[in-house]
Design a protein around this ligand. Sequence first.
Ligand SMILES: [Cu+2]
Length: 416
Amino acid sequence: MCVRAATLVCGLAALARAVGAQPPQPDAGTLGMLGLDGPYPMSREGSGTSWQPDSTPMSGVHAMHGAWMTMVHAQADLVYDDQGGPRGATQSFSSSMLMFMARRQLEDAAFGVHVMASTDPLMGASGYPLLLQTGETANGRDPLIDRQHPHDLLMEAAATYSLDLSPQTSLFVYAGLPGEPALGPTAFMHRLSGMDQPEAPLSHHWLDSTHVSFGVVTGGYTWRRLRLEASAFNGREPDQHRYDIELRSLDSYAARLSYNPTRGWSLQGSFGRLASPETLQPQVAVRRSTASASYNAPLALWWQTTLAWGRNAPSTGPSSNAWLLESALKLTDAHTVFGRLERVAKNELFLPGAALYGRSFTIDTLSLGYIFDFARLGALDLGLGGLISAYSFPSTLNAAYDSRPTSFLVFMRARL
Ligand SMILES: [Cu+2]
């Protein structure tokens, strides 16, 4: 191996072997599948190159085709959305995600492919109503407010190559167009604690909004339960044209340290500098810091909880913080309960010219939901769910939002 690999690689390997006494064999978890980006259980891999706890159950359909292992995972929600108060709206929409992964074992390396697509653009450029949500644009001129932008048709097209230096040590590279840089926790629709919830978190643009970045290159080093990785990426948020591929320079960078101390825990801290994230304010750079912990409690079928913090420090204007506590508990094959509690400081709730334009408000929101998986057709689970959200904010916002708006969603879900 050292003949092929660089001296630095061999040096790191020797160091890792020296530090990690008696390296055990790779732990492939209960299903025996190894990750795309390193010799650890595949269940550890979240979105992009992020980690979640090793004991996270894997969904989807797995198959072997010669030296290739493939996995297909899909989810589609048909949602009736009723957001309360004067700024609320009702809308029916569907959101979906189709994920394909493939892994090929090489002699002491692995090659992996991630492809993810979504029919979200069909809901229209302005997405769906979501009270107090901000971020991105529908027309290239006005910011979206009280609405959640749709995701792009192509959410990820990435390849990875990981080189095993020892049974527990590896190097990897990941390149995606689009892809997800090493910034933030596993994205909300991929982490177990958040994927049952059919709406995006209000903290999306503090924690995981870079999950669809048009141009990402990441390199990293994994030693046992620790990973250090760094990315160069295009930090501009996707534009309103949701069917295209956007080409820009890799003007932004990020680095993340991930640690899974036990099978039930996953921790990460990350920092990134987004050179010009917003189309509408291209002159503003943002420094983003995030930290998160996810925990799988050994209760019922599974129970995952995530606590996350994110901070955006723009090059002009005040910094803002977001907190998220999110949990989902699968009691039986049929019954899942979930919830999300967030605190976010938002200063983009009003357009220029409004009296409250530019003012920052601390928003608290709590969403609680339940889904009943009533049928299984082959590998497909069909469910019916509901979600109710309540908010708390300064009374200055009452004229715009009412004092106590409530919102609800009902949805049908198919999941592979
Ligand atoms: Cu997103």
